[in-house]
Write a protein that binds this ligand. Structure first.
Ligand SMILES: Cc1cc2nc3c(=O)[nH]c(=O)nc-3n(C[C@H](O)[C@H](O)[C@H](O)COP(=O)(O)OP(=O)(O)OC[C@H]3O[C@@H](n4cnc5c(N)ncnc54)[C@H](O)[C@@H]3O)c2cc1C
Length: 234
């Protein structure tokens, strides 16, 4: 069903006017665009973004919408290296008033159940969880049993101030770790305390998502309780 919705959604294209961009941390940039009233998404979903203000090869990339639907902007946050792709060079050259195209939203990476949930981010995989936790804060539903584990080996945790604030204002528990071994220990604790009821959302680069889901399955977490958001290209 979600797949069929995605097919329709992908034809839903619109121009979104650029507002501003800024650097979040070393090599990570946020871009904000105007959100009209007819645009919405489920926190955690992504869009397909196309460069239109310049002619480039490879003009479309998927990006998670890092803002919550209740915020009045469309925000995407991405890694940009010292030697960026043409797409990312074009993003950095955006000026106020330029537009890019957004298709979607698409994907099923959003909370459906009220069961205890562990959100596991590897590096830039934090983007869907910023949206999800911001949405929980806006809805004022503070009874959800949600834990975010944010793994970043370089310890440059994007959105850290915001996440700490969300943790104060909601029931969401946030843990920052920089070593892979610590992640398995945190997963073990949750598997133990959630029993068979827990759901696990894993987002990040392919290798991180694969090793984490393999570990969860080895610990007998049912496949249907694991959702993955693989950010190709890293
Ligand atoms: C659902 C989804 C959500 C995403 N959200 C974010 C986000 O919030 N922030 C963020 O920074 N990035 C996100 N990404 C990754 C993003 O779409 C780009 O792939 C990434 O930023 C690299 O783009 P680039 O222009 O720097 O490099 P590119 O020029 O695209 O390529 C980098 C390398 O990745 C390979 N590659 C590219 N696409 C694919 C693919 N589909 N399958 C296999 N290999 C591939 C290329 O061959 C190349 O070796 C997301 C990806 C997906 C699928």
């Amino acid at each position: 069903m979600a797949f069929i919705q995605d097919i329709f959604s992908i034809f839903n294209k619109r121009n979104i006017p650029f507002i501003e961009s800024f650097q979040e941390s070393e090599g990570v940039y946020t871009f904000r665009f105007e959100k009209s009233d007819d645009v919405t998404w489920k926190a955690g979903q992504h869009g397909l973004f196309t460069i239109t203000h310049q002619k480039i090869k490879g003009h479309t990339r998927p990006f998670t919408i890092a803002s919550a639907p209740e915020e009045d902007v469309i925000q995407i946050t991405m890694k940009i290296s010292d030697d960026p792709s043409e797409f990312k060079k074009a993003m950095l050259s955006l000026k106020k008033g330029d537009t890019i195209k957004m298709a979607g939203p698409v994907g099923s990476f959003y909370l459906k159940e009220d069961s205890p949930t562990m959100l596991i981010a590897g590096g830039i995989g934090i983007t869907p969880f910023r949206s999800i936790i911001q949405q929980i804060e806006v809805e004022g539903n503070n009874n959800k049993q949600i834990q975010l584990i944010y793994l970043d080996s370089s310890k440059s945790f994007v959105f850290q101030d915001e996440l700490d604030q969300f943790a104060k204002e909601t029931s969401v528990k946030v843990t920052y770790i920089h070593e892979r071994d610590h992640l398995n220990k945190e997963l073990d604790k949750c598997i133990c305390s959630y029993s068979n009821d827990g759901h696990f959302f894993v987002a990040g680069p392919k290798s991180m998502v694969e090793t984490t889901t393999t570990y969860l399955q080895k610990q007998k977490v049912p496949k249907r309780h694991i959702k993955k958001d693989v950010m190709f290209g890293y």
